[in-house]
Design a protein around this ligand. Structure first.
Ligand SMILES: Nc1ncnc2c1ncn2[C@@H]1O[C@H](COP(=O)(O)OP(=O)(O)OP(=O)(O)O)[C@@H](O)[C@H]1O
Length: 455
């Protein structure tokens, strides 16, 4: 697809004219007959360009332009003005409109303006993607760390406080929740940021190799040690050593690690002399270290030493508000073209309602598959259900709430029934329902409370 255009005009004839012309040219299209509908549509995301009639009842074109830009400064807006209405066209340009067209305009003129506006949008996208890539190659990018939920903000607050402290940190949380992301931030936000950040997954190496990897060895220390080798504690000197899956650390290494944490000293395998290191240790685990201590598999004193600062990373299901942002970010990252596919609201609601046992990693994999196997234009509820192996429809359990309209009912009743129905369809997940309905969680609670009050 060449880009998604939102056509906003109260006159159906003009909308029709534009949709048939631009539809034939291969653009994705949405229509809105007034400003309110336009903003609702833009809120769902995926709009690249809006063609907005300046004179409309209710919210006029200039106001729509302002609010669209607040919603997403990257959306390009072309204002459609009446003949001779140059003053408003100029104010629109001052507010960030890409261009304006005075009615009646030539369709070839429209084609050129649309093409240029979309080209600008695509270039801005490419530029942002490249900057993110460069930042990533340079060792991380704070902007690529996504999340605005209260739970995630609390985690970041802890990271911000812990980063400059120069103490060991233990990061815990389910697999795929973002522990390594947190470890990276602890390094980047510390005074050691310019020094090495060295990660090691303790679960991936054989027991005897972990020790040599961490502390290094002298030539001849064991069969196969043909030369002296520096350990990661030395490589990370002055920087941060990230020990992932610390629960898997073999017993012999646990004792040595405790010593380094206490004194900064260690011995290479096969060496007699002590060496010193100033590497800060950040450890992570998805396992319950207290249980491992109780089972005698993890040293109590090491846990005590590592746990000086503890940062728990909440699972994704406890920060549903982050899902839409992560999904948008991941779609943009995985999209094959400069115009990422558009996610339907029902598809997003399904993603928000899912429990994500594999957390952000599972979400990333799901989005990558949705983008790879999709048609490049739209990701709908059916595809999400297929990828997540969810039943698509639950008609027997969830009959349509549509009232028969034989009676005149207070709006409050209809609102209550509809919200209850949406909530049932989304397995009682209030955040997902709020997301799907485009309202806040407190609004969902208010409507439900009014339901209890009425009954
Ligand atoms: N807040 C976030 N913003 C953007 N991407 C994230 C975020 N959290 C996690 N991810 C992405 O999700 C994936 C898994 O994250 P990460 O490796 O940090 O999880 P983990 O908790 O360390 O997992 P494991 O326990 O399996 O090592 C990575 O691709 C990471 O980039």
């Amino acid at each position: 697809m060449k880009g998604h255009i939102l056509i906003v005009d109260d006159e159906a004839l003009y909308r029709q004219l534009l949709t048939s012309r631009l539809g034939r040219a291969g653009y994705g299209l949405s229509e809105a007959a007034d400003g309110e509908a336009a903003l609702e549509c833009a809120q769902q995301g995926g709009v690249d360009l809006a063609l907005v009639d300046i004179k409309m009842p209710g919210i006029d074109g200039i106001e729509v332009l302002k609010r669209l830009k607040q919603l997403d400064p990257q959306i390009e807006v072309v204002i459609l003005t009446g003949h001779g209405n140059v003053d408003s066209a100029i104010s629109a340009m001052k507010l960030g409109a890409f261009d304006y067209l005075s009615k009646p305009y030539k369709l070839t003129e429209l084609d050129i303006v649309v093409e240029r506006a979309l080209e600008k949008r695509m270039l801005a996208r490419r530029c942002a993607a490249l900057s993110a890539e460069v930042a990533l190659l340079r060792g991380g990018d704070d902007a690529a760390v996504i999340g605005r939920s209260a739970a995630w903000q609390l985690t970041l607050e802890l990271v911000r406080k812990a980063a400059p402290l120069d103490l060991p940190v233990l990061v815990t949380g389910e697999s795929g929740a973002g522990k390594e992301i947190v470890a990276g931030l602890l390094h980047r936000w510390s005074a050691r940021a310019a020094e090495a950040y060295v990660p090691l997954n303790c679960g991936l190496l054989d027991d005897d190799l972990v020790e040599s990897e961490l502390f290094g060895h002298k030539r001849g220390a064991f069969s196969g040690a043909t030369a002296d080798k520096e350990g990661l504690f030395e490589v990370a000197n002055g920087g941060t050593l990230f020990l992932d899956e610390i629960g898997e650390l073999p017993a012999a290494c646990q004792a040595k690690l405790l010593r380094v944490l206490d004194s900064g000293e260690f011995r290479q395998l096969g060496a007699t002399a002590l060496r010193r290191t100033d590497a800060r240790v950040v450890a992570a685990t998805h396992r319950d270290l207290d249980s491992l201590v109780a089972e005698g598999k993890f040293r109590h004193d090491l846990l005590y030493r590592l746990n000086v600062v503890h940062i728990p990373v909440p699972p994704l299901r406890e920060r549903v508000e982050d899902i839409p942002l992560l999904v948008e970010h991941l779609i943009r990252r995985s999209a094959r073209s400069a115009v990422p596919p558009r996610l339907t609201p029902a598809a997003l609601a399904r993603l928000c309602a899912y429990r994500w046992p594999g957390n952000v990693r599972e979400l990333r994999n799901a989005v990558e598959r949705l983008v790879a196997f999709g048609d490049g234009q739209t990701i709908d509820e059916d595809s999400v259900c297929a990828i997540l192996r969810l039943p698509l429809e639950k008609p027997a359990q969830f009959p349509s709430p549509a009232p028969a309209f034989t009676d005149i009912l207070p709006l409050e009743h209809i609102e209550r029934d509809y919200v209850t129905w949406v909530l049932e369809r989304l397995d009682g997940n209030v955040s997902a329902a709020a997301q799907a309905l485009g309202v806040s969680r407190s609004t969902v609670y208010r409507v439900l409370r009014s339901a209890t009050a009425v009954e």
